[in-house]
Write a protein that binds this ligand. Sequence first.
Ligand code: ADP
Ligand code: NI
Length: 228
Amino acid sequence: MKMETLNDANRQLIEATTEFVKNQLRDAEGGHDWWHIYRVWKLAKTIGKAEGADGLVVELGALLHDIADAKFNGGDETLGPEMTRQFLVDQGVDRKVIDQVEAIVRDISFKNTFGREVQRTLELDVVQDADRLDAMGAIGIARAFNYGGYQGNVMYDPQLPPRVNMTKEEYKKGKSTTINHFYEKLLLLKDKMNTDTGKRLAEARHQYMLTFLDTFYREWEGGNSVVF
Ligand code: ADP
Ligand code: NI
């Protein structure tokens, strides 16, 4: 099993990486701030351990995965992987580790991999599961309403049905409600999990979102909450 506790040198490297990432993301908006990275890092460690993934690659991949989101950099999808490589080279990290971490940062987002063959690795699967889990459950609900408010979207409009089978452009541009975002993305995530551990963790978060929606509709009409 490869997932071992990190040695002192690697521990220091992780510490330096957290400082670097915190500093880079100090002005990031709520959904992609340091605390998103922190949660994905924790989740990735848990999943990586259970799946027997390489601990160092998983931790570095999780910490660096949103270092330069293309959305906030004029659509530039090469910046994140480049910054990752440069940082790790400066830290004197092993070439093989750098290649693996750079691949995670490059391939974690579905849209970046369009029209290109992606080599799946266990470590990419783990970090991608962790990133997706952070869009689900109580945190996922909070992030969705935070993002919707930031965009000026309404929470819910009973007249506006969810958009299904959207093109990529429609998804990015179209106005929708935050409740619709659950049907357009969040409730679909559970079936996209890569690892068995990710699937298991996704199940509870998925159920929590269903209960939330159920309660939301009841309260919308003046009814009662779902009580556990
Ligand atoms: P990723 O984490 O893959 O970069 P996004 O940048 O699309 O994903 O989303 C960041 C967070 O904002 C996620 O929690 C996601 O659910 C939420 N979000 C994205 N688009 C919307 C939307 N239209 N309405 C509400 N929340 C959204
Ligand atoms: Ni992320």
